[in-house]
Design a protein around this ligand. Structure first.
Ligand code: THU
Length: 144
């Protein structure tokens, strides 16, 4: 089963209603849809120590992965304001680990915008082999 975007945004709006955002006053709600149609909600959870704050998208991702899901097709976001926003850079990197082509639909007020994650994050960080120097000199090679 696949809900339409409006129904998914309604779920994100409900999650936004549960956000804990006393410091910024900017509640965010997210719903992450797995490829089998399962839905996982998240909201931002702020903290007196601001870097500890958790974004709504990564809250939803954590709930989904903890429930055994690793394949996702759509993310719905709901915020306040007049212009729909895209996920922050950290959340883009977190989401691309599992769904580089994720569809994203975002609403604020009456404004609705859509992107795919590969457009928002065309080049992601990938952990390469970091234990070996790229061009190690051979043992008998003179250095300097
Ligand atoms: N926030 C999110 O939940 N998702 C984003 O993609 C960007 C920002 C939250 C974090 C913080 O609680 C508030 O929005 C203002 O930055």
């Amino acid at each position: 089963m696949r809900l339409d975007d409006d129904a998914l945004l309604a779920r994100a709006r409900a999650a936004r209603g549960r956000a804990y955002a006393p410091y910024s006053g900017y509640p965010v709600g997210a719903v992450l849809e797995s490829t089998d149609g399962s839905l996982f909600e998240g909201c931002n959870v702020e903290n007196a120590s601001s870097p500890v704050t958790l974004c709504a998208e990564r809250g939803a991702l954590s709930a989904a992965v903890a429930a055994g899901h690793r394949s996702f097709r759509r993310l719905a976001l709901s915020t306040e304001g007049v212009e729909a926003v895209a996920p922050c850079g950290a959340c883009r990197q977190a989401l691309t680990e599992f769904a580089p082509d994720l569809e994203i639909v975002s609403e604020a007020g009456g404004d609705v915008r859509r992107w795919t994650l590969d457009v928002l994050l065309p080049v992601r960080f990938v952990l390469r082999d970091h234990r070996r120097p790229a061009a190690a000199p051979s043992e008998d090679e003179e250095i300097g």
